[in-house]
Ligand binder design. Structure first.
Ligand code: DX5
Ligand code: ZN
Length: 214
């Protein structure tokens, strides 16, 4: 099970301490939400944040590009150290071409699909996807409510996993109970935000150990 803390939820006032604590808690991938204020109504992390995070950890870092026209920007993030690049098919005209470019740069490629995006419309892209990030909230903000109809999408994607060879990561309102349920239907990993990890009165280590023991 891949546990991916959402870095936008961290206390950037003590970045190194947060990263080190999350690392020693046993997380797998740092999930970096990049938002441009156009594709989603919020602006969060940028290139310098990614570079700073990469300075403090050897763990893989992904970038979740919630930006318009990512094709001409993916190199900025790869050059800044991204190990996985997620693009939204809703924001890109030639998705497979961009996914292929990401892979040619030697890093992993993934599509991130919004709640309203049906699997039928992304099937061909799965040929180039190492990961599928299933948004279970409308992207842009932490602390939102889980959208129940997304569970069915996870089930459908799990049935196609063998054929295409991608991993399913869930992004949005991943509480411990929901992680358990979604893991049982085939999800491989989870973005951890305020629903499971941050702003709790327990250490990251305690929470991560508990999640892994479920
Ligand atoms: C949503 C963000 C995630 C996540 C945060 O756009 O990509 O950071 O929802 O986790 P929660 O939903 O648990 O606060
Ligand atoms: Zn995300």
């Amino acid at each position: 099970m891949l546990l991916c803390p959402s870095t936008m939820c961290m206390d950037f006032g003590q970045l190194e301490k947060e990263i080190k604590q999350l690392e020693s808690a046993g997380i797998d991938i740092f999930h970096n939400d990049i938002m441009d204020g156009n594709f989603v109504p919020n602006i969060t992390l940028g290139i310098n944040d990614l570079k700073a995070i990469k300075r403090y950890t050897d763990k893989p870092c992904d970038v979740h590009l919630m930006i318009e026209n990512p094709s001409n920007k993916v190199d900025w993030f790869i050059d800044a150290g991204a190990d996985i690049v997620y693009i939204h098919p809703e924001s890109e005209r030639y998705v497979s071409k961009t996914l292929n470019h990401i892979k040619e740069r030697g890093v992993k490629a993934g599509i991130a699909i919004n709640p309203d995006t049906s699997i039928e419309t992304v099937k061909e892209m799965l040929n180039y996807s190492d990961y599928v990030l299933v948004m279970t909230v409308n992207p842009g903000f932490a602390g939102q409510k889980y959208i129940e109809f997304c569970t069915e999408k996870v089930k459908r994607l799990a049935q196609m996993k063998e054929r295409y060879g991608y991993k399913i990561i869930i992004d949005g309102s991943c509480s411990p109970q929901r992680i358990k349920m979604l893991r049982e239907i085939g999800a491989d990993g989870f973005v951890l935000g305020t629903s499971a990890l941050f702003n709790k009165n327990k250490s990251y280590k305690e929470i991560v150990q508990k999640l892994r023991s479920m």
